[in-house]
Design a binder for this molecule. Structure first.
Ligand SMILES: NC(=[NH2+])NCCC[C@H](N)C(=O)O
Length: 289
């Protein structure tokens, strides 16, 4: 994999038919929203491909609408795939489908190893374990969905440091809804989503000049749930305030209308799962040779 490689899911069976987070509104869902969701998913894929990334698609499965959020399927680094275990029964049916998808990727040599989480723990994948490519550690959210007890399994599986961040509210139930490390060491985050201890942990690892705080409006627009590739950030439609902040910090924005997915509590980052991340960059490997 010599270019960014993402997994997405065919949105053909996406809908909002149950409510497992406060953003989900089954009552406003309808056929026109389903059509808009397909268009939005295509627009996101095209935005990724326009940066030179490759996107691989998992098939839709009837009755599993949230399969469109593959960030929750696993934590992936160095070719290792640590499979997720979902907290809510509504999503547990996704587990065998994602396992099969990773087995197919393994058969094609696109990932190397599939690892199971120890019994009795929940962990919702890259939604709650975000790789920081500059600091070379995972930021790990826990509380509403992932168990705190799953964090040592992530450290053991990947052999990398993890920074635990307890999430304080059900509104920001996955770390990727409120925290996004950016290339160059800056971090876009929404402080009220975190406990005081977690905020202190962020401040201890990220210098003040590198902390970009999202406002209530920016976080509620799901803009923190973004995909970052170098100086480009791909996200849901952003308030002008955020555009200005990110431009001042040197980033270029690609905005995609992801409104139908925001009705399920997700946006750009969690509609994708990056498979090509390495804990040691190619440049570092060459230097060590
Ligand atoms: N990593 C994420 N933020 N994923 C969004 C998941 C949305 C989904 N409806 C759920 O509540 O599980």
């Amino acid at each position: 994999m010599d270019r960014p490689f993402f997994l997405m899911t065919d949105p053909g069976c996406f809908d909002v038919s149950y409510r497992i987070n406060p953003w989900m509104k089954p009552e406003v869902w309808g056929a026109e929203k389903a059509a808009a969701a397909c268009a939005a998913s295509t627009a996101l894929r095209e935005a990724l491909e326009a940066t030179g990334a490759h996107v691989e698609t998992v098939g839709a499965v009837k009755g599993l609408p949230d399969l469109v959020f593959p960030a929750n399927a696993a934590v992936v680094l160095d070719g290792k795939v640590l499979l997720a275990r979902f907290r809510h029964p509504e999503r547990q049916g996704e587990e065998p489908h994602f396992r099969a998808a990773f087995q197919r990727l393994k058969a094609r040599g696109l990932v190397d190893e599939i690892v199971d989480l120890p019994e009795g723990l929940f962990h919702e994948g890259a939604g709650d374990a975000i790789w920081d490519a500059d600091r070379r550690h995972f930021w790990c959210g826990y509380g509403p969905r992932s168990s705190q007890g799953a964090l040592p399994a992530i450290r053991r599986t990947f052999g990398r440091e993890i920074i635990p961040l307890e999430l304080a509210t059900d509104r920001f139930y996955h770390l990727d809804t409120c925290f996004c490390p950016l290339a160059g060491g800056k971090v876009l985050y929404y402080p009220p989503a975190f406990t005081a201890e977690a905020r202190a942990n962020i401040r201890a690892h990220v210098a003040e000049a590198d902390r970009i705080e999202a406002s209530d409006e920016e976080a509620a627009a799901f803009c923190v749930n973004a995909v970052n590739l170098g100086s480009r950030i791909i996200m849901a439609r952003a308030p002008g305030s955020l555009r200005e902040k990110l431009a001042a910090a040197g980033y270029a924005l690609t905005e995609v209308d992801l409104a139908p997915f925001i009705l399920s509590g997700g946006a750009a980052y969690c509609m994708t799962l990056r498979l090509d991340r390495r804990s040691v960059s190619a440049a570092q490997l060459h230097a060590a040779e």
